[in-house]
Design a protein around this ligand. Structure first.
Ligand SMILES: *[C@@H]1O[C@H](CO)[C@@H](O)[C@H](O)[C@H]1NC(C)=O
Ligand SMILES: [Ca+2]
Ligand SMILES: [Ca+2]
Length: 201
């Protein structure tokens, strides 16, 4: 009888202790859940009031803190920056006129190569592949013209030796060829193209 009594007491005390511990755990979890809810609510409120604008407005700040990372705009990573201009190197091949239209659709123009520095930049980037540039003699045979009106006769050129040769009397559009050197070819030839545009403001 004595033995039973002791056991009962010990067991009872144990159970009490266990229940107390459970209760304190429950309190901690409850507090955690409440603070989590509070944070979610605060975030939702600030979102609806527009104080957390940086999440959706990254592209609104091309000239502020993001400029050094994305000078051509964070929304257009396929454009590469060089010397205050942005360049696009196409992944698709098409005729000169289609390429010209494609650039215009992207608010740009076929590239004008008017300096050695620029030639170096595109040359490195095009890696021996053929790319259209904004140079043509379609209007008058032998009278080459840059599409933006840059004066051809007084500016930089980089023709391959023996080019432009107007082969078959039908080569009126210029592209970059081996080692980035220029060649005239028939305008319906399909190759890649380079567009350029000013840095977005
Ligand atoms: C003329 O240019 C074309 C490329 O447009 C080239 O294939 C051809 O060999 C050139 N002809 C001469 C005689 O250099
Ligand atoms: Ca020609
Ligand atoms: Ca040629």
């Amino acid at each position: 009888k004595e033995y039973f009594h002791i056991c009962f007491c010990v067991c009872f005390k144990d159970r009490n202790f266990f229940q107390q511990k459970l209760r304190s755990f429950f309190t901690v979890y409850l507090l955690l859940a409440l603070s989590f809810l509070l944070i979610i609510t605060l975030f939702a409120v600030s979102l609806s009031r527009g104080t957390v604008t940086s999440l959706k407005g990254l592209s609104d700040f091309p000239h502020s803190f993001l400029f050094p990372v994305f000078p051509c705009g964070p929304g257009s990573r396929e454009w590469e920056y060089f010397d205050r201009k942005c360049y696009y190197f196409s992944l698709r091949r098409m005729s000169w006129h289609k390429a010209k239209a494609q650039c215009e659709e992207m608010h740009s123009q076929l590239a004008i190569i008017d300096s050695h520095a620029k030639q170096n930049f595109v040359m490195f980037r095009t890696r021996n592949e053929r790319f259209w540039i904004g140079l043509t003699d379609e209007n008058l045979e032998g009278e080459w013209e840059w599409i933006d009106g840059t004066d051809y006769k007084t500016t930089f050129t980089f023709w391959k030796e023996g080019e432009p040769n107007n082969s078959g009397s039908n080569e009126n559009c210029a592209h970059l060829w081996n080692f980035g050197q220029w060649n005239d070819v028939y305008c319906t030839y399909e190759c890649y193209y380079i567009c350029e545009k000013p840095v977005p403001t």
